[in-house]
Design a protein around this ligand. Structure first.
Ligand code: ATP
Ligand code: MG
Length: 230
């Protein structure tokens, strides 16, 4: 089980590049305390999503290490890491299948009532009920019928079902209508409570309540402080 995970994250002198001679992240040092919410802002291409990819071990660091509760993520089974870190991507990928199966990840032992409860909690229920077949609506082409924000709401519901200790939100860059934007904000406040949370924000309003905001530029943290301070 992952119940005993506190959710402290350490980036220790992390350097990384997708290509050998093109470093993207330079000597990143960052500690996120258990239960803390940090926001990351910065220009496009600064390396924000890359940091998140490294934490999820989509790529391995070139130098340094990333630890959760003091354990190097390279020493964790991939499955354990995925149970601890809940990721909501900038442009979430959904599976070809029903909405309900996308939320419970095809785990039929998760009852429909639990999925509906989760969707109500994150504010996704009314959006889903408006679809042709509600929770049974089949998503073709990886959820292309839904906006990025709507797909993020579905990902939030998945977080509530599986309860990872760490929450990562890479806010959508696409223009969201103001209603969906508000829903995503509300979902974040509901789901972040009690979790270690990292939010990559494109809108400052999203991270108003973050304990700390980091400004990234060209693969480095160049500033940090609270919303008021920055
Ligand atoms: P945005 O605000 O636009 O989402 P970002 O801060 O998330 O930007 P990243 O996506 O982390 O930026 O990209 C950092 C750099 O790495 C960019 O120069 C980008 O072109 C490059 N990059 C990102 N993904 C890859 C990849 N899979 N292969 C090669 N280069 C990549
Ligand atoms: Mg990004």
């Amino acid at each position: 089980t992952t119940d005993d995970v506190n959710g402290r994250i350490d980036f220790n002198d992390v350097s990384f590049g997708y290509l050998e001679d093109q470093p993207i992240i330079h000597n990143l040092n960052l500690t996120v305390h258990a239960g803390e919410m940090i926001g990351i802002v910065g220009t496009t291409g600064a390396g924000k999503s890359t940091v998140i990819s490294l934490l999820n071990r989509f790529y391995d660091v070139n130098e340094g290490s990333i630890e959760i509760d003091g354990v190097d993520i390279r020493k964790m089974p991939q499955e354990t890491l995925h149970r601890i870190v809940g990721l909501i991507q900038q442009d979430p990928f959904l599976f070809s299948g029903s909405i309900i199966d996308n939320i419970r990840l095809f785990r039929e032992d998760v009852p429909k009532e639990q999925v509906i409860e989760a969707c109500k909690f994150v504010g996704a229920d009314s959006m889903i009920r408006r679809l042709a077949d509600g929770y049974d609506t089949h998503l073709s082409k990886r959820g292309s019928g839904l906006s990025a924000g709507e797909r993020q709401l579905i990902s939030f519901a998945r977080i509530v079902v599986f309860q990872p200790r760490i929450l990562i939100l890479d806010e959508a860059t696409a223009n969201l209508d103001s209603h969906t934007e508000q829903l995503v904000q509300n979902a974040l406040s509901s789901v972040a409570a009690g979790r270690t949370t990292i939010v990559i924000a494109h809108r400052l309003s999203t991270i108003m309540h973050a304990d700390r905001i980091l400004v990234m530029q060209e693969g480095r943290i160049v500033e940090s402080g609270t919303h008021k301070e920055l």
